[in-house]
Design a protein around this ligand. Structure first.
Ligand SMILES: NC(=O)c1ccc[n+]([C@@H]2O[C@H](COP(=O)([O-])OP(=O)(O)OC[C@H]3O[C@@H](n4cnc5c(N)ncnc54)[C@H](O)[C@@H]3O)[C@@H](O)[C@H]2O)c1
Length: 296
């Protein structure tokens, strides 16, 4: 399975990052964004990120010229018919993703690999829509795509070995480290990340330590780059709550039952960095911990 042509569906946070890296890495890359205004800005947004990287000395002008020539913004899905690999990065809705995969199943060559960047939905369920589940695989990048070194390759119930290996090779060719995981709830990353985050929140509720000290415990004691509460704020507490609710339904033992504090913060609109407050109060990049002990 030689991958030369890549088609990215969705030009939001993740899709544009994946398309950008794919073009920079030598693939003829087409990206389709459904919303017309966002589509019109897409090329400029990607080229702008390249220019900023060049100013910091991270990209050479020749690399930018080459990637620019390899990148196309499409007006529709039709050119996915030529692709060797499709990476879907539309919003996290099973119904929407299944609609996209139904179209891709009809349009794409039988040999094409159809990847989804979903962070929590079942690859097997998405694959059911495509009529070629052996060719459907999770290719889960992390945000920001240019920086985060991991790609989680998720094997659905019917994904073939060849598809898994081709997806892993593609991730490696972008300079990422692939890990191979089964299509279990939360895969490896969301399940472990959420488990740590929820336990940290229960510790805040119990007054075991303050927010900052719980984060420092993992940062300084275990070498984590960022503690679990700050990470939760960055991911978005609403996103964390939604994943916890799904995992709590699908995995036994109550391990993922959302702590009351998390539900309360989300109900108050305190969803973390994007709203300005969660476990920290945010001002741009700077964050000061909320003292929940004052409240109890
Ligand atoms: N943002 C993250 O941190 C992150 C990290 C890892 C994985 N993911 C996953 O990546 C996927 C995309 O997330 P995102 O953060 O980039 O979302 P986003 O909302 O920033 O981007 C999604 C884009 O898809 C477009 N779109 C919607 N329907 C479409 C269609 N039918 N065809 C083409 N484009 C369509 C939207 O207009 C939007 O621009 C989700 O499955 C998400 O769970 C997100």
């Amino acid at each position: 399975m030689k991958i030369e042509r890549v088609f990215v569906v969705g030009g939001g946070t993740m899709g544009r990052g994946i398309a950008s890296l794919s073009a920079l890495s030598g693939y003829a890359t087409v990206v389709f964004e459904a919303e017309a205004a966002a589509r019109a800005r897409l090329r400029q947004a990607i080229e702008g990120s390249w220019e900023r990287a060049a100013e910091k000395g991270k990209l050479r002008p020749e690399a930018i010229a080459g990637a620019g020539a390899r990148l196309t913004v499409a007006e529709g899905l039709a050119t996915a018919a030529d692709a060797d690999l499709v990476v879907e990065a539309v919003p996290e809705s099973l119904e929407l993703k299944q609609r996209v995969f139904t179209d891709l199943g009809k349009l794409c060559r039988p040999s094409a690999i159809l990847g989804s960047n979903t962070s929590s939905l079942s690859i097997s369920e998405i694959a059911r829509a495509a009529e070629r589940p052996d060719r459907v695989v999770g290719i889960h990048f992390f945000n920001p795509v240019a920086v985060m070194p991991l790609v989680e390759i998720v094997r659905g119930r019917e994904t073939s070995d060849a598809t898994v290996e081709a997806a892993a090779d593609f991730a490696a060719s972008l300079g990422k480290t692939p890990i191979r995981v089964a299509d279990a709830p939360g895969f490896a990353t969301s399940r472990l990340g959420v488990a740590l985050g929820l336990e940290a929140m229960r510790m805040v509720e119990e007054g075991v330590a303050g927010v900052e000290d719980i984060d420092r415990a993992m940062e300084l004691g275990y070498g984590h780059r960022m503690g679990p509460l700050k990470t939760s704020d960055l991911v978005g507490l609403d996103v964390r709550l939604a994943i916890a609710e799904t995992l709590s339904r699908e995995l036994s033992g109550g391990r993922f039952a959302p702590p009351a504090l998390l539900s309360r913060l989300v109900a108050q609109g305190k969803t973390g960095r994007k709203s300005g407050e969660g476990f920290y109060r945010w001002d741009g990049d700077s964050a000061s911990a909320v003292d929940f002990r004052e409240e109890s």
